[in-house]
Design a protein around this ligand. Structure first.
Ligand code: HEM
Length: 466
């Protein structure tokens, strides 16, 4: 009875308007307009429903939910010689997903991460060496690309204990290009997943386009090479790496974690952990540079309390910094389309509408984090809203319940704490070393939403502080 779900007639008849909207990279804007016009539940394609209601989040995504990942995710499957990689991101087998996720949980936990923190500091030092000449000459630079490279080096370094020096070499290996192409394919093709077996899901077509290699295969192979290199250095002194932690887990319970699964986790870190984190960094920097009062307040807190190298223990409880980071991610979540799930057998009631089994349904972080019922003045960058002295306990609870940037429940982002730590260290490091300003008043800043909401044109001038 999907015909009862409101939405434009054309959207109920054909997938093309939805595909076009996604292809343009602006589906978040179109979907916001649709939700304004039709309410919290909108039919955005013949068999796809977008929901804007925090109450629906635990139902769709909570632990124990029967709503499994939609066909959209099948386009993100990666393979090696043995077949499909058990990447938690795409797994619909609940028992396997739970086991795979559990086998690395301690490496992703905050306690585990603190042991890996020291790997980030040399990458930040390298960032300074790259930026210092710009600071000397006060020449404008596009900081966004630099941050992509920084996030890539940081996640490589703490995963394997060595990185590929993207900061110096740029994307020589082509990995960033592969990730960008893969997410565009995922975003657009994922609207009609049945085409995938005829496109890149077909090994003949894939080989025709990419030769004997496959795009995701390149990243898998890289993870294998890095793992082999990491294994050689297994006994080396120094801080713990993600890989070492997984190998310790494997040694204590060999049946719980295979070598292939170790490679898969590492592959996931590279594919899911670089652009997402850089996107958050860009949003935070752009917004503080556009708001001089916020920039001043943040600089005062940071410069009073911290020194370089910025440690997680010193930075994690700075209230204004944490509020700024959360607000930057609220206003510009790194994933900007619905996190699609399939209505289980028997159908489901969502916000008063009955949805049949097989319908794709989801909440979009971009939209739910801009809901004016929850976030006063939702388009405004206003970090203070996250402070206890400004918002009541109840208001904060409601805002936190609507915060979907890292997903929710069983499939919640594994790397949340990795990125939280990286961002909490990076932003103050920049503010301690430099004064920053937008060089074009933010005119060049824009982004395309192809599931990942990667921005470009973060043009800044920096000056070294005394
Ligand atoms: C600001 C940074 C990040 C954001 C906003 C973000 C966002 C997300 C979101 C929304 C999901 C859930 C997708 C869904 O339900 O469909 C997710 C899953 C995931 N993320 Fe992140 N992510 C970030 C950083 C990272 C990092 C640094 C890593 C690893 C180093 C990572 C690894 C993963 C993995 C492995 C999953 C799949 C989890 C599962 O399905 O069980 N992410 N992320």
């Amino acid at each position: 009875k999907l015909y009862k779900v409101p939405g434009p007639l054309i959207r109920s008849l054909s997938s093309w308007p939805r595909i076009w909207s996604v292809y343009k990279g602006k589906s978040h804007d179109d979907d916001i307009v649709l939700h304004h016009r039709y309410g919290p539940v909108v039919r955005i394609a013949p068999s796809m429903v977008s929901v804007n209601d925090p109450e629906a989040i635990p139902k769709l995504y909570g632990i124990g939910t029967k709503f499994y990942k939609s066909g959209f995710y099948a386009l993100a499957q990666a393979h090696d010689e043995e077949g499909l990689l058990p990447d938690p991101f795409i797994l619909t087998d609940k028992a396997l997903h739970t086991r795979i996720k559990k086998s690395a949980a301690n490496a992703y936990s905050l306690n585990g991460l603190v042991k890996m923190e020291a790997w980030i500091d040399p990458v930040t030092e390298r960032l300074f060496r790259l930026l210092d000449p710009y600071a000397e000459n006060q020449k404008s630079l596009e900081l966004g690309d630099v941050l992509s490279n920084y996030a890539m080096d940081a996640v490589f370094a703490l995963t394997f204990g060595e990185d590929m020096d993207f900061l110096t070499n740029g994307d020589k290996s082509g990995i960033q290009k592969i990730i960008a192409q893969a997410t565009t394919y995922l975003a657009v093709g994922g609207q009609i997943p049945w085409v995938h077996p005829f496109l890149l899901g077909n090994s003949f077509v894939s080989r025709l386009i990419f030769g004997n290699t496959s795009p995701e295969g390149d990243i898998v192979r890289l993870a294998e090479i890095k793992m082999a290199a990491g294994l050689e250095k297994e006994s080396r002194e120094g801080p713990m790496t993600f890989l070492q932690q997984l190998l310790l887990n494997q040694a204590s319970n060999p049946s719980a974690l295979t070598d292939r699964e170790v490679v898969t986790h590492s592959f996931g870190n590279i594919a899911a952990g670089s652009d997402t984190t850089a996107t958050a960094m860009r949003s935070i920097l752009f917004n503080i540079l556009q708001n001089p009062d916020i920039y001043e307040t943040l600089c005062a807190e940071v410069r009073e309390n911290l020194t370089i190298p910025v440690s997680w223990s010193a930075v994690k409880d700075l209230p204004f910094l944490s509020a700024v980071i959360k607000e930057g991610i609220r206003l510009h979540p790194s994933v900007g389309m619905i996190l699609g799930r399939i209505v289980p057998a028997g159908g489901a009631e969502i916000c008063g509408y009955h949805l049949q089994p097989g319908v794709e349904v989801g909440v979009n972080p971009w939209i739910v984090q801009r809901d004016p019922q929850v976030f006063q003045d939702p388009d405004r960058f206003w970090p203070e809203r996250w402070l206890e002295k400004i918002s009541s306990e109840e208001q904060l609870r409601l805002m936190n319940r609507s915060f979907l940037a890292f997903g929710h429940g069983a499939h919640t982002c594994s790397g949340r704490w990795i990125s939280t730590m990286e961002i909490h260290k990076l932003i103050p490091s920049l503010l301690l070393r430099y004064d920053l300003a937008l060089s074009d008043d933010g005119r060049g800043y824009k982004f395309v939403n192809h599931w990942f909401t990667v921005q470009s044109g973060l043009n800044v001038v920096i000056r070294k502080r005394k």
